[in-house]
Design a binder for this molecule. Sequence first.
Ligand SMILES: [Zn+2]
Length: 306
Amino acid sequence: MENDFIAATGKKVSIGAPVVLWNEKGGFTCPNKRGRQGLAQHDPALNDAPTQAESRYQILDLDRAYRDLTRKVHQLVLHYDVCYSSHHCHQIMKASAFKGSHFYLDLDGTLYQTCDLYWKTNTAPGDDGGGNERAVHVEMANLSSEALAEDSELYRVEKDLYRLKRGRWELDLPEKYRKKLRDPDYKARPARTWGERGYFSRVINGERIRMWDFTEEQYQTLIALCRGIHQLLPRVALKVPYDAKLRRTPLGKIKNPEKFCGVLGHAHVQSGSGGTAMKKHDPGSAFDWGRLRRALAATETTNERR
Ligand SMILES: [Zn+2]
């Protein structure tokens, strides 16, 4: 049977969704791990230093490491990867001297865990610079604006990459990425579409983001991941930012994001106001925050009844 657990410092939690760990066949190993400040079960020379040999990333006392990690980490940050697939995302991480992410969530709902959650990955510094110390991260496969020919800058796609096929929108995934999916026959379709045009369009942190939605399989695995992370790291509460007056989750930067305990987006912590960190928009205008919020709230209620 395939694996369905995520792991941190020797602890494992089954999440009921397909997971491939870094040390398994077909897995991806984070190329650029770092030590978290204040955690003491590793060589401090691994904190904010260039990437070192894999053998140097040793966790000394697993029980102490777990206790310290549960105190330190209180956020799961959601990203889109602006990639065709998780395989593509991993190529980008490997080409960088510092980038990484604990998890990649592929189009087909497969979750790849790239390293023990004890380690820090450089995924979202936040405007305050402390964003990676307090968080674990998931990069969800979605091309965002790059799927629209008109908005594409990075890949300069010539045609919109989502096409209507027999009345349903579908991502036209190039062969070289399609054959790397766990199921090469998987058809990536957005979980929701907007009117005739299919894509969503909203302004986030001052910029209009036009993108197609994530897949149904990605939402299902993401909800399972949030529950699993909460079980492993209880300070990551099963909640998302919410504006009670507007009765919705804001899409851009929130107030005092460093204090938030729960699941939030890259755009919630980083609007580019902090100096060095760039302005961010992910997980973007198509992401269904309402669905995630309701699913997590339902979990809380079920747990309380137990
Ligand atoms: Zn991001």
